[in-house]
Write a protein that binds this ligand. Structure first.
Ligand code: SF4
Length: 283
């Protein structure tokens, strides 16, 4: 049996991308290779909201995710990778995770629901553990899995074999939702845009790209990135998604991003969790 450090495990509606609107279990693993402190900031700026929350947590600890403040700049799932919050993410056995998943499914078994493995960066440290989790007897009814990734982590050969087996033996649809990070995230282009890695995902399932857009400069950056992925052989769909972990910012630019997507023949992804649930933890 394997162990995974779990930040959140909850049942909700997928608010983004290919499975938008589908009832889904979200398994949020701990750890990420990025910080994305540039989101929502003027270009080159660094958000300090996360650091302020970390300082508050060191003085008067928050007891659970639900108590943590939402941030309007930087990474909106900061507690899933910042070591300052690691005490809120227990290490669970794959058995315990599976039992909890079955408990939160509406009929206590898999029917039409989809599993989203997210983070953090879920392909960073846990590829070895997923076979134990996803081959579990109680998970055999699961037919659709999405890995929400930043598209920088290569797949191990063991994990690639497992992915192929799931498609073949369980008829599972495997999706990689790749939220590639543009310079507005604060991450460096050479660290974040890895076309050869994403092309490899396409060999093991369906992969699509999703770019977070706030300004015209972001779209210009997205166009350069799309060209790089295409010239490496990437064939999947491309989505534009509005920036905005909080409703006031999201509603300022969702329509503009939708228009930009239409004008350029690209797909638009909403962030349904923002208008529906205010992007609260556990949604
Ligand atoms: S890659 Fe995703 S989880 Fe990691 S810091 Fe950036 S936005 Fe947050």
């Amino acid at each position: 049996m394997s162990n995974i450090k779990v930040s959140e495990l909850f049942y909700s509606i997928q608010g983004e991308g290919r499975y938008l609107g589908v009832p889904s279990v979200f398994l949020r693993t701990f750890g990420c290779n990025f910080t994305c402190d540039g989101f929502g900031m003027p270009r080159g700026g660094t958000s300090i909201e996360r650091m302020n929350v970390a300082f508050a947590h060191s003085n008067t600890p928050y007891k659970e995710y639900k108590e943590l403040p939402l941030v309007s700049t930087g990474c909106d799932s900061y507690a899933s990778w910042d070591p300052a919050f690691k005490d809120l993410s227990p290490v669970l056995t794959t058995d315990a995770i599976v039992n909890r998943i079955i408990e939160i499914l509406p009929y206590n078994e898999w029917r039409d629901e989809h599993l989203v493995i997210t983070g953090g960066e879920p392909l960073l440290g846990w590829q070895k553990q997923y076979p134990d989790l996803l081959n579990h007897l109680k998970m055999h009814g699961l037919k659709e899995i999405t890995f929400e990734t930043n598209g920088t982590q290569k797949l191990t050969s063991e994990f690639k074999s497992a992915l192929k087996e799931w498609s073949k033996w369980y008829n599972r649809e495997i999706t990689f939702s790749v939220s590639a990070k543009l310079p507005c995230s604060g991450e460096l282009w050479e660290d974040a845009i890895k076309p050869e890695v994403v092309c490899e995902y396409e060999q093991c399932g369906t992969a699509y790209l999703k770019f977070v857009i706030a300004t015209e400069q972001d779209f210009a950056d997205a166009e350069c990135a799309i060209a790089a992925y295409r010239s490496a052989g990437f064939k999947g769909y491309v989505y534009l998604m509005p920036v905005g972990g909080v409703e006031s910012i999201y509603s300022m630019n969702n329509k503009n991003v939708a228009m930009l997507a239409m004008k350029n023949g690209l797909r638009y992804s909403d962030r349904l969790q923002v208008p529906l649930f205010k992007n609260e933890w556990g949604t």
